[in-house]
Design a binder for this molecule. Structure first.
Ligand code: B12
Ligand code: SF4
Length: 449
């Protein structure tokens, strides 16, 4: 079968991200199939580009990866759903092949997106097993769709969903994503690659969609395999100058994270990397090992400076845990960037103000201030209207303070967060996530980086 794997993502803020999920799907599809990656991220007109490319490939199956439903209030709500509807239409105009939709964006509300976008098939969650099974079933005439897990398909006008398999995949068995297929723009322009050391987060934050995508049970790779992959990626794409560990939370389970750091140190790893970290399970030893393994920063989903909001969000930690993490990071020389989500369900403007005061008192290396957007707002104008009032007030408050905090970024307001600033920083040779360059590490840290 000839399969076109289409990465639909065009978001380049804070940086363009390599379509590692789709690469995993490609490398898990048996090699006797003809596999072509079509990435429309950098095409001026993605629809025309897709039509042209699919017209030339003449695929038997089009697999589209949908990473983002919305852009979490970089600028209000992006119209990603309309974009994906057009992308599917372009695929259909270019060839007769059935369209399969998957990806993290698709997985957070697959039923609604099947009904809204009407692809022929949808696979939610990790697709390494289900996608090759679907290919096989289609190749053999289409009998046996109901034997595939986590699949959506149409039975005439009825949407059928098969149950998710009871077990998530064993990470030790997955083949490496093939970086040689990746568009060179990602590396030449941003130099950032992605690596995943495990899947699954055991925590239960009330708004979080991550466990829907990858489950709650931590499934780790061996540290040796992770580091082998990182060295292989550097060999394949020497323009890489930074890695982002895309695990939901790198430091849970902490023994695994420490062992990955130890393996990097043992093999004299020199390229900088960053990751997501959580105040729970965060300790001095981890911070020190990470520093020695060339970690140049951690992003922490601290979310709020009010304990009652943290409790409502079921974060499992308090503001004291955030303070403790900050102190450990500062002592170890790891710049910490905390993301705060202002205006979650039930929050008042007083809570928002209290969070801002907390950030001032904490004085982290950097902070990213997001304003809460519910994924369902993309499909529900009434919900969007309801949520807009607090968002507008919060943005007005942030606007008043936009010049007071030079180390913070406010993506929705484009404060310390816009393409021109990012390009200027990259031109002066500053790599990795941009928040790292909003402050002088030597002035901030107790150790020099
Ligand atoms: C790491 C991460 C980031 C990092 C990325 C760093 C980097 N260099 O790669 C940073 C911080 C930059 C980032 C930014 C953003 N992110 Co982000 N990010 C993640 C995270 C934690 C992991 C993504 C990842 O790489 N996973 C590893 C790969 C292997 O998994 P995957 O892509 O999901 O692919 C699997 C499946 O989805 C499926 N699959 C994928 N494609 C296909 C295709 C087919 C046909 C099939 C069948 C299956 C399939 O199989 C794959 C393998 O199992 C996810 C949450 C999560 N745990 O998934 C959010 C997530 C993807 N991000 C999200 C968002 C919104 C964003 C931003 C728009 C906004 C923001 N506020 O940060 C930006 C956009 C950036 C961009 N350029 O697109 C959302 C997207 C969904 C949504 N709600 O819209 C997620 C799901 C988090 C959430 N809020 O729910 N992100
Ligand atoms: S710690 Fe992060 S990934 Fe885990 S449930 Fe909470 S928000 Fe989601």
């Amino acid at each position: 079968m000839k399969i076109a794997y289409v990465s639909g993502n065009r978001e380049t803020l804070p940086n363009a991200v390599v379509p590692i999920g789709l690469l995993y799907i490609m490398s898990s599809t048996p090699d006797h199939h003809e596999k072509v990656l079509v990435d429309v991220c950098f095409d001026e007109d993605p629809h025309e580009a897709l039509r042209e490319k699919l017209g030339a490939i003449e695929p038997d199956l089009v697999a589209i990866s949908m990473r983002n439903i919305q852009n979490n209030d970089y600028s209000g709500l992006s119209d990603n759903l309309a974009y994906y509807a057009d992308l599917i239409e372009s695929a259909r105009a270019a060839c007769q092949a059935p369209v399969v939709l998957g990806g993290s964006g698709f997985s957070v509300m697959p039923r609604e997106l099947m009904e809204h976008l009407k692809p022929d098939f949808g696979i939610f969650g990790e697709g390494e097993k289900a996608f090759p099974q679907l290919v096989e079933v289609l190749e053999n005439g289409g009998e046996g769709l109901d034997s595939i897990g986590a699949l959506f398909y149409w039975n005439d006008a009825d949407l059928v969903m098969t149950p998710r398999p009871p077990e998530f995949l064993d990470m030790t068995e997955l083949p490496f994503p093939d970086r040689l297929l990746v568009d060179e723009h990602y590396y030449n322009e941003w130099g950032i690659d992605s690596v995943q050391t495990k899947r699954g987060c055991p925590l239960r934050c009330n708004y979080c969609t991550y466990p829907i995508i990858e489950g709650r049970k931590g499934r780790t790779r061996t540290p040796a395999s992770v580091v082998d992959e990182m060295f292989a990626a550097l060999d394949a794409r020497p323009a890489i100058n930074h890695f982002f560990i895309v695990d939901s939370v790198f430091n849970l389970p902490k023994t695994h994270a420490k062992n990955v750091c130890r393996e990097l140190i043992r093999r004299n790893w020199q390229t900088s990397w960053t990751c997501y970290a959580n105040p729970l399970g965060f300790d001095e030893e981890f911070a020190e090992l990470a520093f020695e393994a060339r970690c140049t920063g951690m992003e922490i989903g601290s979310d709020s400076g009010c304990n009652h909001v943290l409790e409502k969000l079921r974060k499992g930690f308090t503001t004291d845990h955030i303070r403790r993490l900050h102190t450990i990071c500062r002592n170890a020389g790891i710049p910490d960037c905390h993301t705060f989500i202002l205006g979650t369900e039930g929050e008042t403007m007083d809570d928002v103000r209290q969070t801002i005061d907390f950030i001032v008192e904490l004085d982290p290396y950097s902070a990213i201030l997001m304003v809460w957007v519910d994924d369902y707002e993309t499909l529900d104008p009434e919900l969007r209207e309801q949520r807009l009032k607090l968002r507008t007030e919060t943005n007005a408050l942030l606007l008043d303070h936009q010049n007071d905090f030079p180390h913070w970024s406010m993506p929705g307001l484009r404060v310390n967060f816009d393409e021109d600033l990012f390009r200027a920083l990259r031109r002066t040779g500053r790599h990795g996530p941009v928040w790292q360059h909003l402050r002088d590490p030597a002035e901030w840290s107790l150790q020099s980086l």
